[in-house]
Write a protein that binds this ligand. Sequence first.
Ligand SMILES: [Zn+2]
Length: 251
Amino acid sequence: MTIPLGFWSRFRLYFLFETFVTETGLGESLHICSPIDGVYKSRFSRVGTITEDHSLAESLQIVHHPHPTLRHKSKPVQRVDGELVRVVRRMFDLMYEAKGIGLAANQVDLPLRLFVVNLAAQKGEGEEMVFINPVLSKPKGHEKMEEGCLSLPGVYGDVERPKQITVHSFNLRGEEIKTELDGMMSRVVQHETDHLDGRMFTDRLTETGKLSVRGLMEEFEVDFESKQNTGEIPVDSALNSRRAELETRYC
Ligand SMILES: [Zn+2]
Protein backbone atom coordinates (compact mmCIF):
# COMPACT_ATOMS: atom_id res chain seq x y z
CA MET A 1 0.00 0.00 0.00
CA THR A 2 1.02 3.54 -0.46
CA ILE A 3 -0.26 6.24 1.78
CA PRO A 4 0.87 9.79 1.13
CA LEU A 5 0.44 11.52 4.45
CA GLY A 6 1.04 15.07 5.47
CA PHE A 7 3.47 14.26 8.23
CA TRP A 8 5.39 11.92 5.95
CA SER A 9 5.42 14.61 3.37
CA ARG A 10 5.69 13.34 -0.19
CA PHE A 11 6.82 9.94 0.84
CA ARG A 12 4.88 7.35 -1.09
CA LEU A 13 3.77 4.78 1.39
CA TYR A 14 2.81 1.32 0.51
CA PHE A 15 1.92 -1.00 3.38
CA LEU A 16 2.22 -4.12 6.29
CA PHE A 17 3.43 -6.01 10.46
CA GLU A 18 5.98 -8.38 12.64
CA THR A 19 9.65 -9.06 12.62
CA PHE A 20 10.91 -10.61 9.45
CA VAL A 21 12.86 -13.71 10.16
CA THR A 22 15.88 -14.11 7.98
CA GLU A 23 17.04 -17.20 9.80
CA THR A 24 14.18 -19.62 10.25
CA GLY A 25 15.98 -22.89 10.57
CA LEU A 26 15.05 -24.12 7.14
CA GLY A 27 14.52 -27.83 6.99
CA GLU A 28 13.15 -27.99 10.52
CA SER A 29 9.53 -28.48 11.41
CA LEU A 30 7.71 -25.20 11.36
CA HIS A 31 4.58 -24.51 13.33
CA ILE A 32 2.00 -23.15 10.95
CA CYS A 33 -1.51 -22.35 11.94
CA SER A 34 -4.68 -21.60 10.15
CA PRO A 35 -7.93 -20.02 11.25
CA ILE A 36 -10.79 -22.49 11.31
CA ASP A 37 -14.24 -21.16 12.16
CA GLY A 38 -12.65 -18.09 13.71
CA VAL A 39 -10.48 -20.17 16.01
CA TYR A 40 -6.85 -20.81 15.39
CA LYS A 41 -5.95 -24.46 15.35
CA SER A 42 -2.30 -25.25 15.11
CA ARG A 43 -0.62 -27.95 13.15
CA PHE A 44 2.92 -29.00 12.47
CA SER A 45 3.99 -29.24 8.94
CA ARG A 46 7.21 -30.95 8.07
CA VAL A 47 9.13 -28.85 5.59
CA GLY A 48 11.38 -30.47 3.08
CA THR A 49 15.10 -30.09 2.72
CA ILE A 50 16.44 -26.80 1.46
CA THR A 51 16.02 -26.62 -2.25
CA GLU A 52 18.33 -24.79 -4.60
CA ASP A 53 15.31 -23.84 -6.69
CA HIS A 54 15.08 -20.08 -6.31
CA SER A 55 12.95 -19.67 -9.39
CA LEU A 56 9.69 -18.75 -7.66
CA ALA A 57 11.09 -15.98 -5.46
CA GLU A 58 13.35 -14.58 -8.17
CA SER A 59 10.56 -14.49 -10.74
CA LEU A 60 8.26 -12.34 -8.63
CA GLN A 61 7.24 -8.88 -9.75
CA ILE A 62 4.57 -6.50 -8.51
CA VAL A 63 1.44 -6.85 -10.63
CA HIS A 64 -0.94 -4.04 -11.46
CA HIS A 65 -4.70 -3.63 -11.75
CA PRO A 66 -6.58 -5.46 -13.29
CA HIS A 67 -4.40 -8.56 -12.81
CA PRO A 68 -6.85 -11.33 -11.78
CA THR A 69 -4.80 -12.42 -8.75
CA LEU A 70 -5.60 -9.03 -7.21
CA ARG A 71 -9.23 -10.21 -7.15
CA HIS A 72 -8.46 -13.65 -5.76
CA LYS A 73 -9.50 -14.47 -2.19
CA SER A 74 -6.42 -16.16 -0.74
CA LYS A 75 -6.52 -19.35 1.29
CA PRO A 76 -4.64 -19.72 4.60
CA VAL A 77 -1.01 -20.82 4.39
CA GLN A 78 -0.54 -24.30 5.86
CA ARG A 79 3.18 -24.83 5.40
CA VAL A 80 6.36 -22.81 5.14
CA ASP A 81 9.39 -24.05 3.25
CA GLY A 82 12.69 -22.50 2.25
CA GLU A 83 11.25 -21.17 -0.97
CA LEU A 84 8.48 -19.33 0.87
CA VAL A 85 11.06 -17.70 3.16
CA ARG A 86 12.88 -16.48 0.04
CA VAL A 87 9.55 -15.29 -1.37
CA VAL A 88 9.01 -13.12 1.72
CA ARG A 89 12.54 -11.67 1.42
CA ARG A 90 11.86 -10.89 -2.23
CA MET A 91 8.57 -9.22 -1.32
CA PHE A 92 10.38 -6.88 1.06
CA ASP A 93 12.93 -6.03 -1.63
CA LEU A 94 10.24 -5.32 -4.22
CA MET A 95 8.37 -3.19 -1.70
CA TYR A 96 11.48 -1.09 -0.97
CA GLU A 97 12.23 -0.65 -4.68
CA ALA A 98 8.73 0.75 -5.12
CA LYS A 99 9.02 2.98 -2.01
CA GLY A 100 6.20 1.09 -0.31
CA ILE A 101 5.41 0.32 3.31
CA GLY A 102 3.28 -2.79 2.75
CA LEU A 103 2.89 -5.51 0.14
CA ALA A 104 0.44 -8.43 0.01
CA ALA A 105 1.14 -11.77 -1.67
CA ASN A 106 -1.64 -11.14 -4.19
CA GLN A 107 0.35 -8.18 -5.44
CA VAL A 108 3.19 -10.46 -6.55
CA ASP A 109 0.75 -12.92 -8.13
CA LEU A 110 0.72 -15.38 -5.21
CA PRO A 111 -2.60 -16.76 -3.83
CA LEU A 112 -1.23 -16.92 -0.29
CA ARG A 113 -2.67 -15.35 2.85
CA LEU A 114 0.33 -13.28 3.92
CA PHE A 115 1.70 -9.78 3.65
CA VAL A 116 4.82 -7.84 4.65
CA VAL A 117 5.17 -4.37 6.21
CA ASN A 118 7.91 -1.93 7.12
CA LEU A 119 6.69 1.56 7.93
CA ALA A 120 10.20 2.92 7.35
CA ALA A 121 9.95 1.86 3.67
CA GLN A 122 13.73 1.37 3.55
CA LYS A 123 15.91 -1.69 3.92
CA GLY A 124 17.97 -1.63 7.11
CA GLU A 125 15.63 0.83 8.79
CA GLY A 126 12.48 0.39 10.83
CA GLU A 127 11.03 -3.04 11.57
CA GLU A 128 10.27 -5.71 9.01
CA MET A 129 7.05 -7.52 9.80
CA VAL A 130 5.39 -10.55 8.24
CA PHE A 131 1.72 -11.37 8.80
CA ILE A 132 0.57 -14.87 7.90
CA ASN A 133 -3.14 -15.78 7.98
CA PRO A 134 -4.19 -12.50 9.63
CA VAL A 135 -7.65 -12.20 11.16
CA LEU A 136 -8.93 -8.75 12.11
CA SER A 137 -11.39 -8.08 14.92
CA LYS A 138 -12.63 -5.44 17.39
CA PRO A 139 -12.73 -2.41 15.06
CA LYS A 140 -12.99 0.89 16.94
CA GLY A 141 -13.69 4.39 15.70
CA HIS A 142 -13.54 5.77 12.18
CA GLU A 143 -10.88 7.69 10.32
CA LYS A 144 -10.53 8.97 6.79
CA MET A 145 -7.08 8.89 5.22
CA GLU A 146 -5.66 9.10 1.71
CA GLU A 147 -4.39 5.76 0.43
CA GLY A 148 -2.47 4.57 -2.56
CA CYS A 149 -1.40 1.13 -3.73
CA LEU A 150 1.67 -0.41 -5.36
CA SER A 151 -0.69 -2.18 -7.76
CA LEU A 152 -2.18 1.16 -8.82
CA PRO A 153 0.79 3.54 -8.88
CA GLY A 154 -0.27 7.16 -9.14
CA VAL A 155 -3.85 6.54 -7.98
CA TYR A 156 -4.88 7.98 -4.61
CA GLY A 157 -8.10 8.45 -2.76
CA ASP A 158 -9.61 8.99 0.69
CA VAL A 159 -10.70 5.79 2.41
CA GLU A 160 -12.68 5.59 5.65
CA ARG A 161 -11.69 2.70 7.92
CA PRO A 162 -11.80 1.82 11.61
CA LYS A 163 -9.18 3.80 13.54
CA GLN A 164 -8.11 0.85 15.71
CA ILE A 165 -8.09 -2.86 15.00
CA THR A 166 -6.97 -6.07 16.66
CA VAL A 167 -4.96 -8.45 14.47
CA HIS A 168 -4.32 -12.10 15.14
CA SER A 169 -1.71 -13.66 12.86
CA PHE A 170 1.46 -15.74 12.66
CA ASN A 171 5.06 -15.08 11.71
CA LEU A 172 7.35 -17.26 9.58
CA ARG A 173 8.30 -19.34 12.62
CA GLY A 174 4.64 -20.10 13.30
CA GLU A 175 4.60 -17.89 16.39
CA GLU A 176 1.23 -16.37 17.15
CA ILE A 177 0.89 -12.62 17.19
CA LYS A 178 -2.11 -10.88 18.68
CA THR A 179 -1.98 -7.14 19.06
CA GLU A 180 -4.08 -4.00 18.99
CA LEU A 181 -3.08 -1.52 16.33
CA ASP A 182 -3.80 2.12 15.65
CA GLY A 183 -2.40 4.89 13.52
CA MET A 184 -0.51 4.02 10.36
CA MET A 185 0.01 0.37 11.29
CA SER A 186 -3.73 -0.12 11.71
CA ARG A 187 -4.31 1.47 8.32
CA VAL A 188 -1.66 -0.64 6.56
CA VAL A 189 -2.81 -3.92 8.08
CA GLN A 190 -6.40 -3.23 7.03
CA HIS A 191 -5.36 -2.25 3.50
CA GLU A 192 -3.19 -5.37 3.10
CA THR A 193 -5.79 -7.72 4.61
CA ASP A 194 -8.24 -6.37 2.05
CA HIS A 195 -5.82 -7.51 -0.67
CA LEU A 196 -5.90 -11.05 0.72
CA ASP A 197 -9.67 -10.99 0.25
CA GLY A 198 -9.33 -9.75 -3.33
CA ARG A 199 -10.32 -6.19 -2.46
CA MET A 200 -8.62 -3.00 -3.66
CA PHE A 201 -8.72 0.32 -1.80
CA THR A 202 -10.57 1.84 -4.75
CA ASP A 203 -13.53 -0.43 -3.92
CA ARG A 204 -13.91 1.59 -0.71
CA LEU A 205 -13.92 5.05 -2.31
CA THR A 206 -17.07 7.14 -2.38
CA GLU A 207 -18.91 7.29 -5.70
CA THR A 208 -17.27 10.66 -6.31
CA GLY A 209 -13.88 9.22 -5.43
CA LYS A 210 -14.40 6.29 -7.80
CA LEU A 211 -15.33 8.68 -10.57
CA SER A 212 -12.19 10.73 -10.04
CA VAL A 213 -9.85 7.71 -10.43
CA ARG A 214 -11.83 6.00 -13.21
CA GLY A 215 -9.73 7.42 -16.04
CA LEU A 216 -6.43 6.36 -14.47
CA MET A 217 -7.74 2.88 -13.75
CA GLU A 218 -8.87 2.51 -17.34
CA GLU A 219 -5.33 3.29 -18.46
CA PHE A 220 -4.09 0.35 -16.38
CA GLU A 221 -6.81 -1.83 -17.91
CA VAL A 222 -5.78 -0.92 -21.47
CA ASP A 223 -2.13 -1.58 -20.63
CA PHE A 224 -2.92 -4.97 -19.07
CA GLU A 225 -5.00 -6.09 -22.04
CA SER A 226 -2.23 -5.05 -24.39
CA LYS A 227 0.37 -7.03 -22.43
CA GLN A 228 -1.82 -10.13 -22.45
CA ASN A 229 -2.33 -9.76 -26.20
CA THR A 230 1.42 -9.60 -26.81
CA GLY A 231 2.14 -12.47 -24.43
CA GLU A 232 4.10 -10.33 -21.97
CA ILE A 233 1.53 -11.37 -19.36
CA PRO A 234 0.07 -14.93 -19.55
CA VAL A 235 -3.59 -15.37 -20.46
CA ASP A 236 -6.09 -15.76 -17.60
CA SER A 237 -6.31 -19.57 -17.91
CA ALA A 238 -2.53 -19.87 -17.42
CA LEU A 239 -2.64 -17.49 -14.45
CA ASN A 240 -5.46 -19.57 -12.93
CA SER A 241 -3.48 -22.81 -13.33
CA ARG A 242 -0.42 -21.30 -11.69
CA ARG A 243 -2.47 -20.11 -8.70
CA ALA A 244 -4.00 -23.57 -8.31
CA GLU A 245 -0.53 -25.19 -8.30
CA LEU A 246 0.70 -22.80 -5.61
CA GLU A 247 -2.39 -23.41 -3.49
CA THR A 248 -1.75 -27.15 -3.68
CA ARG A 249 1.80 -26.58 -2.47
CA TYR A 250 1.17 -24.14 0.38
CA CYS A 251 -2.51 -24.11 1.36
ZN1 LIG B 1 -2.44 -2.09 -2.06
